[in-house]
Design a protein around this ligand. Structure first.
Ligand code: SF4
Length: 489
């Protein structure tokens, strides 16, 4: 009988991407996907330690699975992802019923580790601390993949981070920054396009610095007897100028030229590293969408310094002005943390001012909560009382929502190109889609449209979270095979 797996993903897009690879490996090993835990033979929890209460959620889920496994001893439980990377001993101690614990650099070994568990009869833990830039295991591009959306692909261009933001656990669990060879990224994009993918999102922790390590490595190896493949590692534009510089702008241009790719997105750039050549590449490459997610985190220079963000509020706004000058129809979204240790009323007022001045299209807002293992968890600065942080959050949401509503209302009367995601979750008679600016659109159509369809839609209404509209015409039909129906909200 065919075995089934259930895969639950917590956290960020990098984790979603790893989950697609784990699903691909399990399916290549003959397993079928299920969403019902009671019929799963293998349950994989791909964990994240960035979000609040991640460990409580994991141990809560593992407690539930303990009961399930008591009745079905053959059930195999795998814990993967960055919480596994960080807390392996705790998982082993608190959840001995887990069969396999694997780290962020071990995704490609999922099937082998399950096999090792079966043959040894013992719990298997495999965590690689970090890999070298030569290590192809860093970027599991050759692994099979099961995409949640057949028309859209995430492409990892970089892993790890060399920054040290005080609130962030990523450098500890994903290791130092390492860029994927330029040619490998392009090969994966070309393969995805050949499978019918038309939209790619480039993933990295600090994408503007993509390739700096590759350029430095090539310059250092310049005199070596056996020269490296420069074109493959760093791309043709670098070979022409050989400067020690990031290669992200070159990469955006090259990905945007791959035949079949209509939309290129990326997340997340760091404000301190947003260079003019990146902005120019965005503006000059037709496929690159008019959307910039630029995490602000705080509008107070004192708080930004305590966070080690490496920019001031003024510098952040200058970067936005430069980007908007080059792309007048640019949508801007951000992340903001409220209640960072030591944040005063004055600091928070500055955040409100900067958020209002930035004219954001939307923002992810978070109340600070300390993550064990980060600098912010042990700071001497006074903690902001929870009720104060909650009040500040409410005030911030008001400013963000006012700004979102204005931005959405400004689209009324326009005709926009949208990429269909599927029927709306709230009202399945409507179709949900995204504009190039990543704005959510619910629109009326006189026929069902498959996910991946491009259409033009006239915008007729707006709220804080989305715009409404009506179908004008279908522009392009999807070329991928639909595996999983997508319901969007
Ligand atoms: S730039 Fe800062 S927030 Fe982003 S991954 Fe690196 S350390 Fe974390």
């Amino acid at each position: 009988m065919t075995k089934r797996y259930l895969l639950r993903t917590f956290g960020c897009q990098m984790n979603e991407h790893d989950s697609e690879r784990i699903a691909g490996l399990l399916e290549a090993d003959g397993l079928e996907k299920t969403s019902d835990a009671s019929e799963a033979d293998v349950i994989v929890l791909n964990t994240c330690c960035i979000r609040e209460n991640a460990d409580n959620k994991l141990y809560g889920t593992l407690g539930h699975l303990h009961s399930l496994k008591a009745g079905r001893p053959d059930l195999e439980i795998v814990v993967a992802g960055c919480l596994a990377q960080k807390d392996r001993e705790a998982i082993v101690e608190r959840a001995p019923h887990v069969d396999v614990v694997l780290g962020t650099h071990n995704v490609h070994r999922t099937v082998e580790l399950l096999e090792a568990r079966r043959s040894s009869g013992h719990q298997v833990v495999e965590i690689l601390e970090a890999s070298t830039a030569d290590d192809q295991e860093l970027f599991p591009s050759a692994l099979p993949v099961v995409r949640e959306r057949g028309h859209s692909a995430w492409i990892t261009i970089q892993v790890g981070c060399d920054n040290a933001c005080a609130f962030c656990i990523v450098p500890a669990v994903r290791g130092p920054e390492a860029s994927r060879p330029f040619g490998d990224v392009l090969d994966e994009v070309r393969r995805a396009a050949a499978e019918g993918v038309t939209e790619v999102t480039l993933l990295g922790q600090n994408e503007n610095s993509y390739g700096r390590d590759l350029a430095l490595r090539l310059r250092a190896a310049g005199e070596a007897d056996a020269p490296l493949d420069e074109q493959h590692l760093a791309g043709g534009a670098w070979v022409a100028d050989r400067r020690a510089r990031p290669l992200f702008a070159d990469l955006l241009r090259a990905v945007g030229e791959v035949p079949g790719i209509r939309r290129v997105r990326f997340t997340s750039p760091h404000p301190k590293d947003l260079r003019e050549d990146t902005v120019a590449a965005m503006a000059q490459t037709a496929a690159v969408c008019e959307h910039l997610h630029l995490p602000l985190q705080s509008g107070s220079d004192a708080v930004l310094a305590a966070m080690h963000r490496g920019y001031t509020a003024e510098r952040y706004l200058e970067r936005l002005t430069t980007a908007r000058r080059a792309m007048p129809d640019l949508a801007v979204t951000t992340d903001v943390i409220v209640g960072f240790p030591g944040e005063t009323d004055d600091d928070f007022d500055q955040t409100l001012e900067v958020v209002a001045e930035a004219r954001l299209d939307s923002a992810f807002t978070f109340v600070f909560s300390p993550r064990p293992g980060t600098e912010a968890a042990t700071m001497d600065a006074p903690a902001v009382p929870h009720e104060v942080a909650v009040e500040r959050m409410a005030a911030l949401r008001q400013v963000v929502e006012r700004s979102s509503l204005l931005a959405n209302q400004a689209r009324i009367g326009r005709t926009e190109e949208v990429l269909v995601e599927g029927p709306s979750r709230r009202d399945p008679s409507r179709t949900s889609a995204r504009t190039r600016q990543h704005r959510l659109v619910h629109f009326d159509a006189d026929r069902p449209l498959r996910p991946g369809t491009y259409a033009s839609v006239e915008i007729t209404g707006a709220s804080t979270t989305h715009v409404l509209g009506g179908l004008v015409e279908v522009l392009d039909v999807p070329r991928h095979r639909t595996r999983i129906p997508v319901v969007a909200g």
